[in-house]
Design a binder for this molecule. Structure first.
Ligand code: ADP
Length: 486
């Protein structure tokens, strides 16, 4: 049995912004199901809905170092959908996790460095008590400093080192900061002075993501194709040289989705139930389509419904999402968007778009994070569009398939691994376009919409095939276990 400690700053469903939260939840549950001990360590955000946490109670206190002093942290434990959690509540005057949101504070780097060190301090306490985690699996730039902190401060005190696995869910966010941040978290200076290992490849700033790569035993990203892309200058987000240097310990494992959580037949957000089967699914889907059409004042009926559920950030192909909305209308379809975005230019653009279509009976834009609505959108929609500029994995098309919504995706990153064009491959499960431009988007929409219109029986078979594909955690969890065992 492996004891793996997952250190991350998101976990689905109650502390989630995007796919990172899904992975921590889904992978952890699958590993538990396979008989392994999984300790998921996350910050105790004050804004989370505590009703999502079963049997929440404090179990311990640990003192961890920050900015020249020791600070107390209260450790809580709870279960979320059977996943065992340990939540760190810093009793620090900066109130690091009482900001109303996971990301977006001016001191995010300090908040997550503080958390990384506190999490390792907790693990060290367990090690002394004989409950060592054999594997420390840390994720993205937020907990990347676990690598150098463990190697410099904790490993030297332990008889048997834990194995360090680092997973990068998104190379676009790297945690660039000054050395003052590392001083505050107490990393020994020899780790960042005169060392190329903590500085970004361009030497502009300390690069936490890079440090996570350097000090891990194994590094993964979330699809095999993206693992290839980031080894190139064009796709490497400035880290291709580092990745090439550590090529032998780097690989891509395609994410799964949690088949219990994302199960249309038992989904608690689909109150009327969802029946699966070649004849039943179309009825269920039409029911949810009409429900959303009525709720959002759209024309009611079996009109082709295109959906998009996403963080609205440049990576997701903002121009093409907007074009997809206009073009769907032009083709007499309907479009529902559930998009979460931080205040700024992109938000303004979508607000104006919402204003433009405020009286439309074909478009509804919801500019917020909404878990319940998202499940209903997956159930109701016929098509799910993901026109990303780059996409490390792309979980939403996998969820869409499970809910009988056919992905229309750009051929990039993990989407190239998971979605094959129905007109080009016998295993086709979606519609794929290659070039990032409106012409190609229109062409792929034409193909998808005409297939939907032409032959409903064929379409229903296609949907049924998509729902039967196994995109669960069963296979990827075994790939992670292989890495854990070395
Ligand atoms: P990323 O990790 O880049 O955000 P993924 O497609 O891999 O993209 O994962 C996104 C996850 O976040 C999915 O579970 C999706 O349902 C969820 N999500 C994204 N935007 C929203 C939103 N506005 N409301 C609810 N859930 C969202």
């Amino acid at each position: 049995m492996v004891h793996v400690a997952q250190i991350a700053v998101e976990v689905s469903p109650f502390a989630k912004v995007g796919g990172l939260g899904d992975v921590i939840h889904g992978l952890g549950l699958k590993l538990q199901e396979l008989g392994h001990q999984v300790s998921t360590i996350i910050p105790f955000y004050s804004h989370i809905d505590r009703r999502e946490l079963n049997d929440l109670h404090p179990i311990d206190e640990v003192e961890s170092f920050y900015n020249g002093q020791m600070h107390k942290n209260r450790i809580w434990t709870a279960h979320s959908h059977k996943l065992k959690l340990f939540l760190i509540e810093p009793l620090h005057t900066h109130r690091f996790f009482e900001r109303g949101a996971i990301y977006g504070s001016h001191d995010d780097t300090d908040r997550f460095l503080y958390f990384s060190r506190a999490a390792l301090t907790l693990l060290h306490k367990w090690e002394k008590k004989g409950n060592q985690a054999n594997v420390i699996h840390y994720h993205d730039w937020h907990s990347a400093a676990v690598g150098p902190l463990y190697r410099s401060l904790f490993q030297p005190q332990e008889t048997r080192p834990s194995r360090l696995i680092f997973t990068i869910h998104n190379f676009a966010y790297q945690g660039c900061c000054g050395i003052d941040c590392l001083e505050r978290v107490g990393l020994p200076p020899e780790f960042y002075q005169n060392s190329k290992d903590m500085w970004g490849d361009d030497y502009n700033c300390i690069n936490l993501l890079k440090s996570g790569i350097v000090y891990a035993d194994k590094v993964t990203t979330v699809s095999p194709n993206h693992a290839e892309e980031v080894l190139t200058r064009e796709g490497g987000h400035g880290l291709h040289k580092t990745l090439l240097r550590f090529k032998n310990k780097f690989s891509g494992i395609l994410n799964g989705i949690d088949y219990e959580y994302w199960n249309p037949e038992t989904d608690p957000f689909l109150k009327e139930g969802f029946k699966k089967g070649i004849t039943e699914t179309p009825h269920s889907k039409l029911h949810y389509k009409e429900m959303l059409q009525k709720r959002f004042g759209l024309e009611v009926g079996d009109i082709p419904l295109v959906a998009c559920v996403t963080r609205l950030v440049p990576q997701k192909g903002i121009e093409l999402i907007q074009h997809a909305i206009h073009y769907t209308l032009q083709k007499q379809g309907q479009f529902i968007l559930s998009g979460s975005c931080a205040p700024g230019e992109i938000q303004k653009q979508f607000e104006s778009l919402g204003h433009l279509y405020r009286n439309s009976r074909s478009v509804h834009l919801k500019l917020a994070y909404n878990e319940e609505l998202t499940h209903q959108i997956f159930a109701a929609s016929d098509f799910f569009v993901v026109p990303s500029l780059f996409e490390p994995c792309g979980l939403t098309p996998l969820i869409a398939l499970r809910y009988g919504s056919i992905p229309i995706v750009r051929q990039t990153g993990g989407l190239s691994d998971s979605i094959k064009d129905v007109e080009q491959s016998p295993e086709g499960n979606g519609f794929v376009f290659r070039n990032y431009n409106t012409k190609d988007l229109e062409k792929v929409f034409d193909r998808a919409l005409s297939k939907w219109t032409r032959d409903k029986d064929l379409w229903n078979q296609f949907v049924d095939h998509g729902m039967d594909i196994d995109n669960s955690w069963s296979k990827p969890a075994l790939s992670y276990l292989k890495l854990y065992k070395g």
